[in-house]
Structures are given as C-alpha cells and as structure tokens.
Design a protein around this ligand. Structure first.
Ligand code: ADE
Ligand code: ZN
Length: 359
C-alpha cells in the first residue's frame, strides 16, 4: 500500500542496535525484507520429517528410528563429514512426486521468509548414479517451481551442479543428459568435495556447457585455497562464486573481486556448521560488504545447517552491527547477480525499493 510522507514519518520506528544483538524492530525488518536466494541445494532442504515420510512411502530403510535421531546425527567437523550424511539422505528421493514435494516444501519456506526469487541447485549425479532418470528429477523440481510462480508469486531458475569428486567423463555424460531439458536449466555449477578436486579438472566440460548456452558458477574458496577462486573465474568463466569466503586470505584477490563486481553467494550458517569459521562473530561477510565485494546471504543446505534465509540474515545481524541499508544491500547485490533479464531484475529492485521506502 502507498503511503504519503506524513504517514511514513508517523510510523517510522528507529532501530536500536546493541552490541550486534537484534532489537525487535530489526528482527521485524529482517523478516519482512524482500530476499533473493542464489545458493540453495534442493537436496539440502530435505527436512528429517520429510526424509522419514519418504523412506516409509518408498520402503527404504534408514539407519535412524526417528526424525529426532536424524537431527542428532547432524554434527559436522568439516565439509566431507556433512557430505557423507547428505548423500545418504538423498536416497529416499525416488519418484517425480518426491522431487515435487521436496521443492514445494522449500518454496513454502521461501514464501514465509519473503523470498521473492530463488535460483536452485540440484545434483543430477546423486540420483542418476542410483538409477533414477534425469527426467524424473528435473520434471519434479520444475513442476513445483511453476506452481510456486503461479500460486505464491515467487520466480525461480534451476542450475545443475556437477559433483567434483566424480570424474570428467561422468560430468560430460550428465551434460549430455541435460540437453533435452535445456529450456528448464539456466546454468551449470560445481559442488561437493573441494579439497583435491580443483576447478581445472572441469575446464573442458564447462567450455562445452558454455557452448550449449549455459551460464556457469562454481563452489570455490569454501574450504579450498584462493587458487580455486582465481581458476574458477579464469578457466570456468563463472558469473558468480559460490562461498568464496577464503578470498580474505589474499588482499589482491579481494581488490579484484571489488573491481570486477564478481558476486559471492555466501552461506553464513553453513560456514559455522562446517567450521569454516568457528563463530559467527568471526565471519568475514560484513567486512567484505564494507570493502565493496558483492556479497549475498544464502542458506546452502537449510535442513542440515539450522536455518533458511531469515535465519541466516538474523545470525549475521546478531553477531555484527548492521544498519537497515546494509541489510537491504545484501538483497540489492543478489538481485544484480541473478540470471534473469534486466526487466525482471528491475521488477525485483522495485519491490525492494518500495519496501525500504515504506519503512
Ligand atoms: N553440496 C551441498 N552443499 C555443499 C557445500 N556447502 N559445499 C560443497 N558441496 C555441497
Ligand atoms: Zn553449496
């Protein structure tokens, strides 16, 4: 609803920030802030309750007797300790309807969190390696996203990731399988175990993907060295770096990221859960924001790391002192970094601007 300026000043509420703790007003602001998610693995949104339900529906035996027991097992010491559990969990996904239900549940969470646009990763090889058809996976995800656009007004895109712990041949095969579904996939990415699997292993696959018209992104500098960030940019020609927080190890790289305006899709709760940073207070996202890096806030694998988009914003705001302008800047950066048209970006920017102006 439009407000004139007199009404606006009458309902203006100053925020009180004490030592990085969020006040009620700031919590409200974060909840209502329009958000854009650019780093979300759909398999990582599989909540223990749904895992349990799907295991029963598909008659798959889980090594846990309750959803609570599953949650209790989510204690991670690094990326690999998480991935081992995460790939096991994905085994309950068997049918197109399972992928639909998974994606629809995530989109309902987006709706609650005022996420207005999301770009979703999926890992085809996690499923095709178990004999599930590529079409089963993509069709279930895509149908839920179409419903979310219609019923919830949330726009979206799909990015397929290659698992970097598998070989180049498997990635080429996956790229081939994706071609009949090109109209549903905007880009390709690279995820899984970063250590020991540098971006250069996939230079040729990414070249072919670009020739097919896909945009590219890659996880780099999550646990791995800054050379993975440099090489993702130079060899894989990425439009965004996923995570990238290790860039702070190299001042020259930070300066280049600022100069090139290369977006980083940062995932605060993921980074503390996987011990990239011991505590949220030590996280470098706010420092990077103030240096001019195009950082964004994302949830990565929310069912495993304790929170969706609002939770991630709150975790950063509770551990750092941030203004409303800075919080809104995370969304601004994300809108600029999306894989949508200029007109669609402008429509999202208008939503953000009218929210900020209406405060
Ligand atoms: N796959 C799912 N989450 C991931 C992460 N945080 N890093 C690498 N691969 C992933
Ligand atoms: Zn990720």
């Amino acid at each position: 609803m439009f407000q004139n300026s007199a009404e606006k000043s009458a309902c203006y509420r100053p925020i009180v920030i004490l030592n990085g703790e969020t006040s009620v007003n700031q919590t409200d602001f974060i909840q209502q802030l329009p958000k854009v998610e650019l780093h979300l693995h759909i398999e990582g949104s599989l909540e223990p309750e749904m895992m349990f339900e799907l295991a029963q529906r598909n008659q798959i035996k889980l090594p846990f007797s309750t959803p609570e027991a599953i949650k209790a097992a989510y204690q991670f010491s690094n990326l690999q300790s998480f991935l081992d559990i995460y790939y096991q969990g994905a085994n309950v996904l068997q049918h197109e309807q399972d992928f639909y239900d998974l994606t629809w549940a995530y989109m309902l969470r987006c709706h609650q969190d005022n996420v207005i646009h999301t770009e979703i990763f999926f890992d085809p090889q996690t499923h095709t390696e178990r004999g599930i058809a590529f079409a089963t996976v993509i069709d279930g995800i895509h149908r839920a996203l179409e419903d979310a656009q219609q019923k919830l007004g949330i726009s979206s895109r799909i990015i397929m990731c290659f698992l970097r712990h598998l070989d180049e041949e498997s990635a080429f095969e996956t790229l081939q399988q994706s071609l009949p579904h090109k109209d549903k996939i905007v880009g390709v990415g690279l995820d899984s175990s970063e250590l020991g699997h540098p971006p250069e292993k996939f230079t040729r696959v990414f070249r072919q993907a670009r020739e097919e018209g896909f945009l590219t992104v890659a996880h780099a500098g999550e646990e791995g060295p800054v050379s993975n960030i440099y090489n993702s940019v130079e060899l894989l020609k990425v439009s965004r770096i996923d995570h990238g927080v290790r860039c702070s190890d190299d001042e020259k790289l930070v300066a280049e990221l600022v100069q090139s305006q290369m977006p980083l899709t940062v995932c605060p709760l993921s980074n503390t859960k996987l011990k990239v940073f011991e505590k949220m207070e030590q996280h470098n996202i706010v420092e990077l924001l103030r240096e001019g890096v195009q950082v964004t806030i994302n949830s990565d694998d929310p069912a495993y790391f304790g929170g969706y988009m609002t939770d991630n914003f709150l975790a950063v705001a509770q551990s750092h002192t941030l203004t409303e302008d800075e919080l809104a800047q995370f969304t601004r950066n994300a809108i600029n970094a999306t894989f949508i048209s200029q007109a669609e970006k402008q429509a999202l920017m208008n939503k953000l601007d009218s929210f900020v102006a209406g405060r």
